[in-house]
Design a protein around this ligand. Structure first.
Ligand code: ACM
Ligand code: ZN
Length: 464
């Protein structure tokens, strides 16, 4: 019997015998089904789709689209394993156009992803147009050159997204039941913002927009009140453009070197009765979280934000967490999203992260006591080494699709070989969208081929 080729694989499939043509479905919203749950029947009596909401009907339609013009007679009862199924796009290190971003959104929607995390600010550029703080964008969005390991580009590089463009993406996503979560990464990864506002650094600057990858010492000064006035203004602009319940405020890779030597930061530590600079980051984060909450929004933070032990009410995105702060946070009642560096980071070569490794990763991390504390999965693509859309697609596909399947399909229904079989057919949809995935020969390289990773890592060290 012919099996269906749908990605993500539906959780309950009953083959009714025989084959039939698919048709535009008779649809109904059914209150007894969950918000993302649908039932699709295709048989000799026609095509019927019931869903718990319009969103669920949209998901049923994605399944139907993948069934093609004819399929086995079938009843599919389906709902997701996790409520949060996302991808992250870094448009700082390299910019991706609105048109290309829409292609990624179409691909994400076709596999029932529901979050686009948009990384908009970092050391190498400030790509969010802030109406209240125009210098952040005007002065912070153009770097002199690009020098990312082997990828060196002479000449200035820059640009930003206007409010209209960002709203266009928000609307495009909303039509596909995808929420855009914008990221304003603070207090670290802020060289571009500090280039515009050097007085918000601990030293007073000047500070350059960075032209290479890395972690940089100059971060927002937590001792100066003006830092918060500026951050809140930028967040107010973000809130006006993005209607999402959650706003991502970063918190990753914030070195404490400047804070240790800054009289303002040290005064803050003393005045607030904090133990050290790590606690100062916790205090900083809580102040921003409170601002968001007073505006009816919630926060997402990278896992380093937990190091102080002071952050309590944020959704935590785990990416690299040797100390297992995220697991401890989850076990105390917190919620986490899993974007594990070694499995879900799509910017690393298949030699380092073969597709099977991504696909088979279980986001219920070791030590988690209640699986409900893991709300979902997200596949990030960082773009230091990716300066064109074809390369981006090569790195992200099929990986985004594999993470989408982990987000939707229950663990016991997953199988990597079957996924690869289904992906071959699914790639017709990607080509309709305008996306070329990497060829199957790349996905799971032999150990010998994986040695290529060494040359890649050496390339990383090949800085100016
Ligand atoms: C990260 O990769 N620095 C979140
Ligand atoms: Zn300071």
């Amino acid at each position: 019997m012919r099996k269906i080729n749908v990605i993500p694989l539906p959780n309950k499939i009953t083959y009714l015998g025989g084959e039939t043509e698919t048709a535009a479905p008779e649809t109904s919203v059914c209150e007894s089904l969950g918000e993302e749950e649908y039932i699709l029947t295709v048989d000799k009596d026609g095509t019927k789709l019931a869903g718990g909401s319009e969103k669920a009907l949209f998901y049923g339609m994605q399944t139907l689209r993948q069934l093609g013009k004819s399929c086995p007679c079938i009843r599919i009862e389906d709902k997701p394993a996790f409520p949060y199924r996302g991808f992250m796009l870094d448009t700082v290190r390299h910019i991706f156009s609105i048109e290309d971003t829409k292609k990624l959104i179409d691909a994400a929607a076709s596999v029932k992803m529901n979050v686009m995390h948009w990384h908009l600010t970092d050391d190498q550029g400030f790509r969010f147009f802030s109406s209240r703080r125009t210098d952040a964008t005007k002065k912070g969005s153009v770097r002199e050159k690009s020098n990312f390991g082997k990828l060196k580009e002479s000449g200035s590089y820059g640009g930003y997204f206007t409010p209209e463009e960002m709203k266009e993406i928000v609307d495009y996503c909303a039509e596909r039941y995808i929420t855009v979560i914008p990221e304003f990464d603070i207090p670290g990864h802020t060289s571009a913002m500090l280039h515009a506002y050097p007085h918000l650094s601990c030293t007073g600057g000047p500070i350059d927009i960075k032209t290479c990858q890395g972690i940089f010492d100059d971060i927002l000064c937590a001792g100066k009140d003006e830092t918060f006035e500026t951050v809140f203004d930028i967040l107010s602009d973000i809130i006006e453009i993005f209607p999402s319940e959650y706003i991502h405020i970063g918190g990753d890779e914030a070195p404490k070197k400047r804070w240790k030597n800054c009289p303002d930061c040290q005064k803050r530590i003393a005045d607030e009765g904090l133990k050290n600079e790590e606690e100062l980051q916790g205090w900083f984060t809580n102040k921003v979280v409170e601002f968001l909450e007073s505006n009816g929004r919630k926060s997402v933070v990278w896992n380093e934000s937990l190091r102080s032990g002071l952050v309590k009410n944020s959704l935590v995105q785990m990416w690299m967490d040797r100390k297992k702060d995220s697991v401890a946070y989850a076990n105390k009642g917190g919620k986490i999203i899993v974007s594990d560096f070694f499995h879900y980071y799509c910017d690393y070569p298949y030699g380092m992260t073969p597709l099977a490794k991504t696909y088979n990763f279980d986001p219920i991390l070791k030590g988690i006591k209640n699986s409900n504390s893991v709300v979902g999965v997200e596949a990030p693509i960082w773009t230091e080494y990716i300066n064109n859309f074809d390369r981006l697609c090569f790195m992200c596909f099929p990986r985004f699709t594999a993470v989408a399947e982990t987000g939707w399909t229950e663990k016991q229904n997953k199988n990597v070989g079957d996924f690869c079989r289904r992906f071959e057919k699914y790639s017709d949809i990607l080509s309709e969208i305008g996306i070329t995935p990497s060829p199957a020969s790349e996905w799971n390289p032999s150990p010998l081929k994986r040695l290529k990773i060494i040359s890649f890592l050496l390339g990383l060290l090949d800085r100016e």
